[in-house]
Design a protein around this ligand. Structure first.
Ligand SMILES: [Zn+2]
Length: 130
C-alpha cells in the first residue's frame, strides 16, 4: 500500500494518491476485495468533492467509520477542496480528518457523478439502458 500517514492537528490523516490504488488502466481493482473497498471510499470522496471550488465544502451521505470511545460515530462525512486543490474528507461530529486526496484530477471520477443517459422503464434493470 502506497498511502502514507502524517500527523496533522494531532490526528492521523491518510494522505492518498488514488492512482497508486487503481489498476494500470485507472479502474477499480478486481483482484483485491479489501483494497477495492478502501479505494471505493476514496472514489466516493473524489466524486463528491471534485467539482467544488477551492475552499468550499459539502456534506455527503457517506457515513463516518470512526468509533470514538468504542461507539460508532453517527456523523456523515464532509468533503472540502483545499487551497492546494486537494480533497479533504473529514467528520464534523467526531472532528476527524480521514483523508487528504491528491492527484485525483486525472481519475475517471474527477468530473463528479456520471452524466445522465436516456433510459426506459422496462421491468428488468438490464434492459433499461437504450
Ligand atoms: Zn465521525
Amino acid at each position: 500500500m502506497h498511502a502514507r500517514a502524517v500527523i496533522q492537528l494531532g490526528a492521523v490523516t491518510l494522505v492518498v494518491d488514488p492512482n497508486h490504488w487503481l489498476d494500470k488502466h485507472g479502474h477499480l481493482p478486481t483482484d483485491n476485495v479489501r483494497l477495492r473497498r478502501r479505494i471505493l471510499r476514496i472514489v466516493q470522496f473524489i466524486e463528491a468533492g471534485a467539482l467544488l471550488e477551492r475552499l468550499h465544502g459539502r456534506e455527503t451521505v457517506i457515513p463516518c467509520q470512526k468509533r470514538p470511545k468504542g461507539k460508532p460515530c453517527l456523523g456523515l462525512m464532509w468533503v472540502m477542496k483545499t487551497a492546494k486543490d486537494e480533497i479533504l474528507a473529514f467528520c464534523m461530529i467526531c472532528k476527524t480528518d480521514e483523508a487528504v486526496i491528491h492527484h485525483w484530477q486525472e481519475t475517471e471520477w474527477a468530473d463528479g457523478p456520471m452524466e445522465p443517459v436516456p433510459m426506459t422503464d422496462e421491468p428488468l434493470a438490464s434492459e433499461r439502458l437504450h
